[in-house]
Design a binder for this molecule. Structure first.
Ligand code: C2E
Ligand code: MG
Ligand code: MG
Ligand code: MG
Length: 277
């Protein structure tokens, strides 16, 4: 045991290892700067109903780094969680998304839009999450009924009671919840029954081969059936082809998101996309 630890300790001084540590430290500094210098932006991916009408969007975080270019959000979120910056970054996402929704709310042809906002597990568990959301609602005056917070199943693994308590407090404010990447995690039907959610989101991983993979198709069918039994709406993400869309529609899915309709767009392009409709 000691020997193994000793080896690990030595490995820290491995130049490649040291390089990786330095690179991450540099990225952390950049992330702090990025927050201060407002290098982050939200893109909006349309969500459509069975008629193809845009009913809302998912806000997706983008970091346009001055030298690194666009940093993948998964990488960005995990870095922010590791270095303790997820709360301020997540707060920025919430404030920006709510402000945008408030702006749409004031425009007659956009007032119907819903906005889905991703919340990471760490962010959701932070002690003042509810008060942050409340503050953002008050500051922007946006309609909470048009907000869907997306949680993944991994947010629900431990301290379930606490998580459900937080969800109920937010639901009390009028906020809705969607379970993102549904089917990829470990949540049980017993847990699902207890969650105050309005929507299940079929993960992209099941949509990709839905026409050719019988198991993926069976999973998608099950999610739709679960939605029906629990009175939840079901949306499919990652829809790329008409055939996938039609298959999903055929099994009873009524809402869709994916590159078939549009990829995530910067605000002006999203608004132009809506107008074009
Ligand atoms: P997600 O919440 O499951 O978001 C859907 C991802 O699938 C997005 O990737 C979107 O661009 C991509 N996507 C949608 N339709 C298609 C399609 O038809 N084909 C393909 N190939 N991809 C499609 P993105 O923007 O890279 O985000 C990745 C993940 O990063 C998100 O997965 C979410 O977990 C996380 N994320 C993004 N923005 C935020 C944020 O503001 N806060 C938090 N906590 N997480 C975020
Ligand atoms: Mg999402
Ligand atoms: Mg998703
Ligand atoms: Mg996904």
């Amino acid at each position: 045991q000691a020997k193994a630890e000793g080896r690990n300790a030595v490995r820290f001084f491995d130049p490649r290892m040291q390089e990786a540590v330095m690179a991450r430290a540099a990225l952390e500094v950049d992330l702090r700067n990025g927050l201060a210098e407002k290098q982050f932006v939200l893109h909006y991916q349309p969500q459509v109903n069975a008629d193809g009408r845009v009913i809302g969007a998912e806000a997706l975080l983008r970091w346009q780094h001055p030298e690194r270019g666009l940093v993948a959000p998964v990488e960005l979120i995990s870095l922010a969680e590791d270095v303790g910056l997820i709360v301020p970054l997540g707060q920025w996402v919430i404030e920006t998304a709510f402000a945008q929704l408030a702006a749409w709310g004031a425009q007659p042809d956009r007032a119907h839009l819903n906005l889905a906002v991703n919340v990471s597990a760490h962010q959701f568990r932070s002690a003042d999450f509810v008060s942050q959301v409340l503050a953002a609602l008050e500051a922007t005056g946006t309609n909470p009924h048009h907000i869907k917070l997306e949680l993944t199943e991994s947010s629900l693994i431990d301290s379930v009671e606490h998580v459900i308590g937080t969800m109920l407090a937010l639901k009390e404010l009028g906020i809705h919840f969607s379970l993102d990447d549904f089917g990829t995690g470990y949540s049980s039907l017993g847990l699902l029954k207890r969650l105050p959610i309005e929507e299940l989101k079929i993960d992209r991983g099941f949509v990709r081969d839905i026409l050719h993979d019988a198991s993926d198709a069976a999973i998608a069918r099950t999610v739709v059936a679960l939605g029906e039994s629990f009175g939840l709406s079901v949306i499919a993400e990652g829809v790329e082809t008409v055939e996938q869309r039609d298959f999903l529609h055929g099994i009873g899915c009524r809402e869709f998101q994916g590159n078939l309709f549009s990829k995530a767009l910067a605000l002006p392009e999203f608004e132009a996309f809506m107008t074009k409709q």
